[in-house]
Design a protein around this ligand. Structure first.
Ligand SMILES: [Zn+2]
Length: 300
């Protein structure tokens, strides 16, 4: 793709959808945010934004909430799977976009797009393999290696890894499917349900903070043991709570014990994202810019 091409990006989030037009370097030139409502309304907004702009896009990158079929070879590519978001279960997202926007498109998850942005331009830029973990309304994760997401059967669902419950913890899980998964124990809704307030209402030396750090430390230690990433980024509304990153790292190192590589104890092994905003839509644009000439690109 020539360097002067314009690239479209869509970050389809649970509460808002970010639409952007930028260049191959990931610089945003036009940007518009709409609330995520029913699929028809969001698709209409996206088509109007891209089709009425004076900047004609040559490719479109989409970072969508999951679960979503991201494998371009799958017969149901681009469809949302069962989700609690009204109207979105089974929706053919990429088919609907193709009807209204004439540009080759690539689909990744929202967290996958953010991970791409962090590896090409941000906190994971100097590592070969990194993990991006977002802890907010849910817990999601992505693995990037040398600038690309690892190929996957569906996409990682790190938030649903089972953890060891602390002996005194009797709080019910907020995950509809699991009693002891990370998302059900310490995603934003779980923290609200068990403490009656979000994590930033608690001091880093509080018991509430320690419980959250313990569980997230377990999650990160599992990721270290299975993927051996060179760095883990903690993002999302919960993940960015002041003091949480260092508390989770201490918990992770303690739980890894002798199996923890020395680097995992160094400052910055766990770190916040470099892109506090727009990582998803920038990553989506970068995916599209890099994919048009590759086998991962799909003309829709
Ligand atoms: Zn779960």
């Amino acid at each position: 793709m020539h360097d002067s091409a314009y690239i479209g990006g869509i970050e389809l989030g649970g509460t808002k959808t970010v639409l952007a037009i930028g260049n191959c370097a990931g610089t945003i030139l036009r940007r518009h945010t709409v609330p995520t409502r029913d699929p028809a309304a969001v698709i209409a907004d996206a088509c109007a934004f891209f089709n009425q702009s004076s900047l004609r896009i040559d490719a479109l990158g989409v970072g969508a909430f999951g679960p979503v079929v991201v494998d371009p070879k799958a017969p149901d590519f681009g469809h949302l799977l069962d989700t609690n978001k009204p109207g979105w279960s089974g929706f053919n997202l990429m088919g609907a976009l193709a009807q209204g926007i004439a540009a080759p498109a690539r689909l990744v998850t929202d967290v996958g797009a953010a991970a791409i942005a962090e590896q090409r331009l941000g906190a994971l830029r100097d590592v070969d393999i990194g993990v991006y973990l977002t802890i907010g309304t849910g817990i999601g994760g992505a693995i990037v290696s040398n600038g690309e997401l690892l190929p996957a059967l569906l996409h990682p669902e790190m938030g649903h890894i089972a953890l060891h419950r602390l002996a005194h913890d009797r709080a019910p899980s907020t995950c509809a499917f699991h009693d002891d998964c990370a998302e059900g124990l310490v995603a934003g809704p779980a923290i609200m349900a068990r403490f009656g307030a979000s994590l930033d209402h608690f001091m880093p030396d509080s018991a509430e903070f320690a419980l959250v750090a313990d569980y997230l430390g377990q999650l990160c230690s599992n990721l270290v043991l299975t993927l051996s990433p060179q760095r883990i980024v903690l993002g999302g509304g919960v993940g960015l709570a002041p003091g949480l990153t260092s508390a989770v790292q201490q918990s992770m190192v303690r739980q890894l014990g002798v199996y923890g590589p020395r680097a995992t104890a160094q400052t910055g092994y766990l770190c916040p994202p470099a892109w506090a905003q727009d990582a998803g839509v920038i990553g989506a644009m970068l995916c599209a810019a890099g994919a048009v000439s590759s086998t991962a690109a799909v003309r829709v």
